[in-house]
Design a binder for this molecule. Structure first.
Ligand code: THU
Length: 139
């Protein structure tokens, strides 16, 4: 991935932190998902008083895209931290990795984990979900 694009995606993810709704954990997450057609879909985490309906930032981004008919993706950037302070990488939870498995090629889909535009690492979905179960397993 081109450095400029990675930085643009990190900036978009950081912008999402202001919308993150986290009255319970205070842990704010932002994501920016890049579709193969070049469009970005952003997302934040959205918590709930009943706890389990909470939606992660990554899934918010995916579900926004899929609900608009977009199902092919290149990459996602993710940032997060307590009170929106970015000190460590916020790696996607297992449920979000599974949602990625549904729509993304594990060997080419790129996951950018960042604490700033200067500090980031890029993983493939395969790196974060080895031996994952996806649509190909049902053929
Ligand atoms: N969270 C995400 O948004 N993405 C992840 O992949 C991990 C967790 C959110 C859910 C919850 O609002 C908060 O972080 C603490 O778990």
């Amino acid at each position: 991935m081109d450095k400029k694009l990675a930085e643009e995606m990190i900036e978009l993810a950081i912008e999402q932190l202001k919308f993150s709704y986290t009255p319970y954990s205070g842990f704010k997450v932002g994501a920016a998902l890049l579709a193969k057609d070049g469009k970005f879909y952003t997302g934040c985490n959205i918590e709930n008083a009943s706890y389990t309906p909470t939606n992660c930032a990554e899934r918010t981004a995916f579900f926004k895209a899929v609900s608009e008919g977009v199902t092919e993706f290149r990459a996602i950037s993710i940032v997060g931290g307590k009170d929106g302070i970015l000190t460590e990488y916020a790696a996607p939870c297992g449920v979000c990795r599974q949602v990625m498995m549904e729509f993304c090629d594990p060997d080419t889909f790129q996951i950018i984990l960042a604490t700033s535009k200067e500090q980031y690492e890029i993983f493939t979905l395969r790196d974060l979900m080895p031996l994952g179960f996806g649509p190909d397993n049902l053929i």
